[in-house]
Ligand binder design. Structure first.
Ligand SMILES: [Zn+2]
Length: 1062
């Protein structure tokens, strides 16, 4: 259709003139000529299509104009890039009244100017922030999405603005939107007159729409810009997007929903898309009468769409002032359950009609949690309603849009017969986190994205408090919170970890923060927890309330919070007058990592020298310690000792300043009594002691472990194992800590102990010592397995179930006969009676499914796959997808990978990345995933990019040989992708040191085996066997003193001697 026209020429020129074409720029040029603006939409999917067709050597440019599609070939001289451009350049007919005037807003605080720059291709700095001359006050947004039609959206926006500095242009964010240029109007509210537009312009790099005006806009005056536009419901799970699902009757239904954080509101409507540019919003959504629409605010009125039978307009109440990324709307035919309205907020939980009964638990628990926060902050929730909706597809687990929390189905829905305890815990944790955002994030918002850690850190920390309130028997403050802390310290000790607060500019960089959220957000939660303890809970709460009160409906930075906390802390006397919260916290947020506190007691034991250092698991140079030179922290020290054990004094007893190399603490007990630092592990640091104190702690654990607080028992295990891993503690000591475990009944120490063994087992995989290690681990786990049993009882308390899940998982993983036999038998019974949900209790399902499929063949796999296709319980589908990757048949895995990547299998887009990660975790499957990543690294869809680093991590974490490292797909890309830094550097490090570590551990495990077994009177042939294993391990490290099997005890001594010498 365009061939032979000027437009076609332009297209061809554009295609040919650049070797490495910028698709956006090309399409932009075409659109300019065609009199409309468009930022193409889904460039990534275009590129994927292009790359698929690359092989054919020629390609198509398909241009859709006025809904008529027309394809024609373009000979592309670069020979590589072929694209399919979908242009919806429609002269959208005016379908609204131009604009209406709106009253002014209350938040009149001037905006703080912050800047963010990006490096443009040519190398010059480009300011990607909107000009500060205008600020939005109020938006009217009218959208008519054709969900059941051609997926276009007829849109209209009017935005009322105040002029802060005289300007003659108006700049808005916009992406994937076509404006109808002749509908754009600018109206002066003061003069009641139209302001002429000279020229309109689109800057694709910055996603700016710019209207150049005929006259200057005057400071202090108010104007309204309005325009019609055309958008489309995308597929990439961002902006305003569509999803399909099967309804009760098997028909395909569609739902349209939004996901705007951080920079995708601009894809739904032109707007000032920065978090500090808050405004009020009046949303109008047109829908077909059999559907429902939802937005942030309650529905105000519904009236028919003129001239369109079967359509109505829903108008929602004007919102409170908020950031664009929090605006949300959903159009669906879902149903809902209401919570009982005890309070001023009406809760509704929405889901597909066939699964709506699974929404009851959320409806019952969410109001309680909201209520808790209202009391905690002493600030009421400002809206009258809170909707939560379980969407078939969402790029994140959940999103805290004000008044309309969106979530994935497997997160928000709960089926007590089928969902696991872990699912349930995740549900409460996520909704608790999202509800906490109502205060941290929604009411007070970080000024710019680098402050994101603050709202995410608080939502995570407070989310745990909300969760503890809702389900007190779960003891999340001493289970989940500590589990998270340990996980975070592990991540944060990588040389590649980042500062908690760091500058970002470009939209991709902003999204990058979310990519590595575990690194940036969770340490945030941990240092906030530390702060709440060193300030004291009451001071902390008062400070938060004052801060939120002062900045409500506006934006703030971390320094604003530190100021408010300092004021209260000085008032309450919980912080010395000459110290501010900023002084302390800057050392935690503006430098990366965390310290290790070395406690060295004097000969008499009564005093100790305390020093701080920075431990890294690895560094680019292959060294693992960055000593005291640059990184130093303000460390709140707390401690207790044997004769007056008190683990509740978590307020800082001594401050170690960032200027001090070491300090001395006196009045400690004599040397025969232990000391413990970091009570309840409230400080974000590790503690290392001298060997004598480690010995005393181990003895105490063996004699009476309950003298030590349960969190500190877990801390001792975690610190010891991680110090050993980095070479700061002898593995003999670290593994000696485990010797008390057979008496341990609490969940947290067990969980910590087992989590720390994952690394060791991975390093031993495929090595001669693995068999001996397995025996050692079984000997360790079996007492727990026997104590909790295999059979689940639905009435059992949460922590007992959690322990059983752990014990069963380990026993089966280690190949324990009874466990595997039970798993197989249960699965077989289920295969005979598939409709019976009570055969396998939910919490041991992941283990049972996985091992039955691993031990079984095609029949077991096919059965699970059928269940996946049939079940309507989303948590069950997750368990099944995971278990399907457990098969040991490589061909089945390959087939599984193929199925998951096939767009016609109806696997949810968000699930594909999970399947890849599950397959990558399987030894048999990791090469499949590595190949996939190698080939598709740059083309993985945006909604899967979040998983890219994780995928690589899972597929490579078992690497324990040099050959493995050579095949690392991340190596060539490490400069481009931050996420990858996280995984490639560990690999580099492993290259240097893990062979050594493995052998060290190997020898130690052998020794433990021998010592562990000796009191039970081992048969000589077993000893001989173990010694042969041990000696082969010794040979590996060229410690070739092969021990003789004949002299058992002598040999053990030789072993110990050999070990200690090295
Ligand atoms: Zn969050």
């Amino acid at each position: 259709m365009l061939r032979g026209t000027a437009t076609f020429g332009a297209l061809k020129v554009a295609l040919n003139c650049k070797k490495r074409m910028n698709v956006r720029a090309v399409v932009h040029r075409v659109c300019l000529i065609m009199g409309c603006y468009l930022v193409v939409e889904n460039v990534d999917s275009l590129l994927t299509i292009c790359s698929r067709r690359r092989k054919t050597g020629s390609g198509l440019v398909c241009v859709y104009i006025k809904y008529v599609s027309c394809c024609f070939a373009v000979q592309d001289q670069a020979g590589m890039m072929l694209l399919r451009v979908s242009l919806l350049c429609i002269a959208a007919s005016s379908f609204h009244n131009a604009y209406s005037t709106t009253p002014r807003l209350s938040n009149e605080e001037p905006l703080k100017k912050t800047s963010a720059t990006i490096r443009a291709d040519e190398g010059e700095e480009l300011d990607i922030r909107l000009p500060r001359s205008l600020r939005p006050l109020h938006y009217v947004i009218k959208l008519q999405p054709f969900i059941n039609g051609n997926f276009s959206i007829l849109g209209y926006v009017e935005v009322e603005m105040e002029v802060l500095e005289p300007t003659s242009n108006i700049t808005l964010h916009m992406a994937d939107i076509i404006t109808k240029n002749d509908t754009v109007r600018v109206f002066s509210l003061n003069e009641r007159a139209v302001v002429g537009i000279k020229e309109q312009h689109y800057d694709p790099e910055r996603q700016f729409y710019i209207a150049h005006l005929e006259k200057q806009l005057e400071e202090g005056e108010k104007y309204v810009l309005s325009m019609d536009f055309l958008g489309s419901l995308g597929d990439l799970l961002h902006g305003f997007y569509k999803s399909a699902y099967k309804d009760i009757d098997g028909t395909t239904k569609r739902v349209a929903a939004t996901m705007f954080q951080p920079t995708d509101a601009r894809r739904a409507f032109p707007c000032f898309d920065e978090p500090a540019l808050k405004a009020t919003f009046e949303v109008h959504l047109a829908r077909e009468t059999w559907m429902t629409s939802l937005s942030n605010m309650p529905l105000a009125e519904t009236r028919p769409v003129e001239g369109q039978e079967g359509w109505v307009w829903d108008r929602f109440e004007r919102s409170v002032p908020m950031s664009t990324y929090l605006v949300a709307f959903v159009v669906s035919d879902f149903s809902h359950v209401k919570s009982s309205k005890d309070g001023h907020v009406q809760f509704r939980v929405w889901a597909r009609r066939s699964v709506i009964d699974q929404a009851k638990y959320t409806a019952s628990i969410a109001p309680k949690i909201l209520n808790f926060y209202e009391k905690y902050f002493n600030i009421p929730f400002p809206l009258r309603k809170q909707d939560m909706i379980a969407l078939p597809e969402l790029s994140v687990q959940a999103m805290e849009n004000w008044g309309l929390i969106t979530s994935r189905e497997d997160t928000l829905l709960h089926n007590p017969r089928v969902s696991t305890l872990a699912n349930k815990a995740n549900l409460v944790q996520v909704i608790s986190h999202e509800l906490a955002h109502n205060w941290f994030g929604n009411l007070v918002t970080p000024t710019w994205w680098e402050g994101l850690w603050l709202s995410e850190g608080f939502a995570t920390y407070l989310g745990n408090l909300g969760m503890d309130y809702a389900e007190p028997t779960w003891k999340v403050l001493e289970t989940l919170l500590i589990e998270t802390l340990h996980g975070v310290m592990n991540m944060d000790s990588l040389a590649t970890s980042r500062k908690i607060s760091f500058p970002v500019g470009r939209p991709e960089e902003i999204k990058d923060i979310f990519d590595v959220d575990i690194v940036t957000m969770l340490p945030g939660a941990s240092i906030i927890r530390m702060m709440s303890h060193f300030l004291g809970e009451s001071t902390f709460r008062k400070g938060l309330t004052n801060f939120l009160g002062s900045f409500k409906y506006t934006n703030a930075e971390q320094d604003d919070l530190w100021e408010h906390l300092t004021a209260v802390a000085h008032q309450d006397g919980t912080l010395p007058r000459n110290v501010t919260v900023k002084t302390i916290m800057d050392t935690w947020t503006l430098q990366k990592g965390f310290p290790v506190i070395q406690v060295s007691r004097s000969m008499e034991g009564t005093s100790a020298t305390i020093s701080q250092g920075h431990i890294l698991q690895l560094s680019p140079e292959g060294r693992n310690i960055s000593n005291t030179h640059d990184s130093k922290w303000w460390v709140p020290l707390t401690y207790t000792c044997r004769n007056q054990a008190n683990f509740n004094r978590t307020q800082a007893m001594v401050w170690m300043k960032d200027s001090e190399d070491s300090i001395t603490i006196t009045a400690l007990p004599p040397k025969d009594q232990w000391v413990i630092f970091n009570l309840q592990e409230t400080g974000y640091y590790r503690v290392s002691y001298d060997d004598h104190n480690w010995g005393l702690l181990i003895q105490q654990l063996r004699d009476d472990h309950e003298v030590i607080h349960v969190i500190n028992r877990a801390q001792i295990i975690d610190d010891a194992m991680n110090l050993a891993r980095t070479g700061h503690l002898n593995y003999t000591i670290a593994l000696d800590v485990y010797s008390y475990l057979w008496k341990e009944t609490a969940f947290l120490p067990w969980l910590t102990a087992m989590n720390n063994l994952h690394y060791i087992t991975r390093m031993f995989k495929g090595k001669t010592g693995f068999g001996a290690l397995k025996h050692y681990l079984l000997a360790l786990t079996l007492p727990l397995y026997k104590a909790v049993g295999f059979d689940d009882n639905s009435e059992d308390p949460y922590l007992l179930k959690a322990k059983r899940r752990l014990a069963v998982e380990w026993a089966c993983d280690l190949g324990h006969g009874h466990c595997l036999q039970q798993a197989r038998a249960l699965y077989r019974r289920w295969m005979l009676d598939p409709a019976n949900e009570s055969i396998i209790s939910p919490d041991i399902k992941p283990t049972v499914y996985c091992h039955a499929i691993a031990e079984g063949g095609e029949a077991e796999w096919d059965f699970a796959w059928r269940r996946y296709l049939e079940t309507d319980v989303s948590t069950e589908t997750s368990v099944l997808l995971d278990a399907l990757a457990c098969t040991k048949e490589t061909w089945i895995l390959a087939r599984y990978l193929e199925i998951s990547l096939d767009p016609n299998t109806h696997m949810k887009r968000q699930d594909v990345a999970f399947v890849l990660s599950y397959i990558g975790r399987n030894e048999m499957g990791r090469h499949l995933v590595l190949n996939y990543l190698n080939e598709h690294w740059n083309k993985i869809y945006p909604y899967q990019k979040l998983m890219r680093g994780e995928l690589l991590n899972l597929a490579t974490r078992d690497f324990n040989t040099k050959t493995d490292l050579k095949n690392n797909p991340g190596a060539g890309h490490s400069k481009q992708f931050t996420v990858l830094y996280l995984t490639t550097e560990p690999l580099q490090y492993r290259k240097a040191s893990e062979g050594h570590t493995r052998n060290k551990i190997s020898r130690h495990v052998m020794m433990l085996q021998l010592l562990w077994g000796s009191p039970m009177g081992l048969k000589p042939d077993i000893v001989r066997y173990r010694l042969s294993l041990a000696s082969s391990s010794l040979e590996e490290t060229r410690h070739a003193e092969t021990p003789s099997a004949g002299h058992r005890w002598n040999t053990v001594t030789v072993f110990i001697f050999t070990y200690q010498k090295h």
